[in-house]
Design a protein around this ligand. Sequence first.
Ligand code: GDP
Length: 283
Amino acid sequence: MTIQWYPGHMAKAQKQIKERLKAVDLILEIVDARVPESSINPMIAELGQNKPILLIMNKADMADAKRTQQWIETFKKRGITAIALDAQHKSKLPQIEKVAQEILADKLAKKRAKGILNPVIRAMCVGVPNVGKSTILNRLVQKNIAITGNKPGVTKNQQWLKAGQSLELLDTPGVLWPKFEDPAVGNKLALTGAISDAIYHADDVVVYALDYFKDFYPHQLEKEYHVTAAELELEVPDLIMALTKRLGFKEDYDRFCTKFITDARKGKLGRFTLDIIPVEAQA
Ligand code: GDP
């Protein structure tokens, strides 16, 4: 589901999420591993009143594995614990609880010292649309039943769900707005499906994406669209014209652009990551 965000929506979401986050020990911020930096919400640290965050880079199965590892290191240098995940593979999910325990080790030790034998970690999934929040939540809680609703600090009719030995999750994920300001970020979010189809131009997204793929993933263009070495030298608009023709779409460039975006989202263009590792993190 993609949503269009207006200032009114954002203010409302901000207020609600801030309220709900008061009740948690840990924030599970879900991002798309293909755009780990661009799909971070700009205000999450503030909304969470500096509660610890575990950054979950989901859809790692569609991202460039080398870059995913580099991003994990980059976040680590920034003091953020990040893990890569593919929510469709159940075997990886227990990692969330394990790392949550590590992040909260001091707090849990204090609780144990007070005689609480099995301290619980309460967390909430948040993230921009379409990054896999519901998938992760549903898979973590499976058939586990609700524990209780109506706890102090939690809006009525919200419930905690058991999501592991010690992990409890709020039953609804928090939907955050994406970053808007930078057009390049908008193109990245559009290509990965985090922003609504109504608010970007397919041709802008494809011009951006082809330029990027030419630089970083030329073989994937060769494989899917039989782009030749000579075509890789073309300016992007000329390449779009050539590919539109090759696919039999005559001069229907919009049709090619729509197909390119669909192919990228479906993984037909191979694995890719659109956020480049910042220079300072490479040192
Ligand atoms: P939400 O809007 O953040 O709650 O996102 P959803 O949980 O609805 O997921 C959006 C889409 O991404 C769905 O079609 C999911 O099946 C798909 N999806 C979720 N997690 C993964 C993942 O790790 N890998 C892949 N390839 N697809 C995923």
